[in-house]
Write a protein that binds this ligand. Structure first.
Ligand code: CDP
Length: 209
């Protein structure tokens, strides 16, 4: 059992998933994509016809949902990996993620997951450095220009990326913001390996001191 956590936050397309995945692989740690969890709950609600604006119903659905994110995203026994990045989910997930009842369920599971990993966990999302793991071993905030982030999210389009950014940063429940003690890395024009290397150097310094 280990509580070592590398917490990574940032807006859509800032490189969180690619960096976190590569970092976890390099360290031999576990990886948790918390955005996939909010997306999986959203798919389940849309497919069951539950109104995503109904806060209590959505809280119940989140509480009951059985889910895993690796090797593929599954919810209540269904593989929803190919659905979670669809346009209808991109639109509805902002509403689902703004629901404090849903968030409480997801945060509990994220902490349980990390506590059960043998070495450590690289966790990425929007509230990981600020709310879920405020005492993480290291905290990273990734940014990149909107132009580059939209390019990385070519399927989604700049308007949708920008709309999600605004929704995620201005909501009342756990908005996306930079933690005071986070290392801020601008990934514009940088490749994944380069960013991963910088984080590993930072981790080495932290764990030696
Ligand atoms: O990959 P991308 O950054 O585009 O999005 P994601 O990480 O899959 O997250 C999808 C949505 O889930 C975000 O726009 C947030 O609304 C929400 N989310 C959140 O509120 N908190 C998290 N820890 C992770 C995701």
């Amino acid at each position: 059992m280990s509580n070592r956590v590398i917490a990574i936050d940032g807006p859509a397309g800032s490189g969180k998933s690619s960096v976190a995945r590569a970092l976890a692989a390099g360290l031999g740690w576990s990886f948790l994509d918390t955005g996939a969890m909010y997306r999986a709950v959203t798919v389940e609600a849309l497919d069951r016809g539950v109104d995503v604006h109904d806060q209590v119903a959505m809280g119940e659905l989140a509480k009951e949902a059985q889910m895993t994110t690796l090797p593929r995203v599954r919810v209540n026994g269904r593989d929803v990996e190919d659905e979670i990045r669809s346009e209808r989910v991109n639109i509805a997930v902002s509403v689902v993620a703004a629901n404090a009842l849903v968030r409480a369920q997801m945060v509990g599971r994220q902490r349980e997951f990390a506590a059960a990993q043998p070495l450590g966990t690289v966790v990425e999302g929007r509230d990981i450095t600020t709310v879920v793991f405020p005492n993480a071993t290291i905290k990273i905030f990734l940014t990149a220009s909107l132009e580059e982030r939209a390019r990385r999210r070519d399927d989604e389009g700049e308007a949708s990326v920008s709309r999600r950014d605004v929704a995620d940063s201005t909501r009342e429940a756990s908005p996306l913001r930079q933690a005071d003690d986070a290392l801020v890395l601008d990934t514009t024009g940088r490749n994944v390996d380069d960013v991963v290397e910088e984080i590993i150097q930072c981790l080495k310094l932290k764990t030696l001191s």
